[in-house]
Ligand binder design. Structure first.
Ligand code: ATP
Length: 336
């Protein structure tokens, strides 16, 4: 019997501060130039002893989260158990704050959190490199949810190079009604490119690369320079499928955001603010506009998936709200 009856892991959502999309490859994938940025808007995943793998979920959009073995958290538990040749016995509870199907890699985050939670509950001490290999097999966004911080992703996103970033950036995320399917947004991106006559295959589109201006802005911790360099090649496709996003982006910019962009494949929209005060007024304007279901003020970069007790609340900037990290102001272990 484990010494730990309950393990709670918090895991960040991501926003892509650069999402460069190459042409459609013959294997159906796209080459990406992906710069991931972890934000404190995150989920909590709690693991308890159980028989088999059981899942429960609460929070906004939790009715859209599958509770069967297709859930990435369940798949992570099975993958870790199989790697060690043990039976997967765990009850996993997910507290969602990351918008479901929102372009912030919420499912991937829960997969990463479940790897860390089960590893601790089952006292396996799995080496970090092995956790990353298992994460990459689960999905291309899962390794970043383990790593956190800011990182350049190559291939389909799973080969990561951490980027040191000084300071903290203030973000606002506007949650839209309903989700967008990531494959559908990539298909729309291909369709728009073909329609525009610019070509959409990997032979026709230049392979994207990390933008030096963006990397310099991150290295300097400079929000204005970062705002000028934010790009998302999926944005036209997300806005084409959900035209109302254009108005949400406009409202946030008019309210003083340094920059506005669609987060990943959308429909969540992301706004970078100069400081915490400006972030609050952008969020207020977004809520009052009625163009989104909710607007969350948060910040980053933050670390990747970690057992709650390992992430001291003392490291969080004072006065910053942290949706999804409900116990972040306490420095109390929740493992027993
Ligand atoms: P992407 O990683 O493609 O950007 P996303 O952030 O847009 O994804 P997710 O919240 O990860 O969206 O959900 C995408 C789909 O994954 C959901 O519609 C759901 O069916 C499935 N899914 C599997 N596991 C989970 C999970 N733990 N939480 C949320 N969705 C999950």
């Amino acid at each position: 019997m484990s010494r730990h009856a309950v393990i709670t892991v918090r895991v960040p959502a991501k926003v892509n501060v650069q999402l460069g999309v190459g042409g459609l490859r013959p294997d159906g994938f796209h080459d990406l130039a992906n710069v991931f940025f972890a934000v404190a808007l995150g989920d909590l995943v709690t693991a308890r002893q159980g028989a088999g793998v059981k899942l429960t979920c609460e929070g906004p959009g939790s009715d859209q989260v599958p509770l069967d073995d297709s859930n990435l958290a369940a798949r992570a538990a099975y993958a870790l158990a199989a790697h060690h040749g043990i039976e997967a016995n765990v009850a996993l509870h997910i507290e969602k704050a990351i918008p479901v199907a929102g372009g912030m890699a919420g499912g991937s985050a829960d997969g990463a959190a479940a790897l860390v939670a089960c590893d601790a509950l089952w006292e396996l001490g799995t080496p970090t490199e092995v956790l990353h290999e298992l994460a990459a097999e689960l999905g291309s966004d899962v390794p970043f949810a383990l790593l956190g911080g800011v990182a350049l992703g190559r291939d389909r996103g799973e080969t990561l190079s951490p980027l040191p970033v000084p300071g903290t950036f203030q973000w606002i995320f506007a949650v839209a009604d309903g989700g967008l399917s990531t494959p559908a947004v990539f298909r729309e991106c291909d369709r728009l490119r073909a329609e525009a006559g610019t070509g959409h295959t990997s032979e026709q589109v230049t392979t994207p690369d990390a933008d030096p201006a963006l990397l310099a802005a991150l290295a300097a911790g400079d929000p204005k320079a970062l705002a000028a360099a934010l790009t998302n090649d999926l944005q036209p496709a997300a806005v084409s499928l959900r035209p109302s996003l254009a108005e949400t982006l406009r409202v946030g910019t008019a309210a003083g955001a340094l920059a506005a962009l669609v987060s990943g494949s959308g429909p969540t929209t992301a706004f970078l603010a100069q400081d915490a005060e400006s972030a609050e007024s952008v969020a207020r304007a977004l809520r009052e506009s009625g163009t989104c279901r909710a607007a969350h003020v948060t910040y980053g970069p933050v670390p990747g998936a970690a057992v709650l007790a390992d992430w001291p609340g003392a490291r969080l900037p004072a006065g910053v709200s942290c949706d999804g990290y409900r116990n972040c102001a306490e420095n109390e272990p929740r493992s027993q």
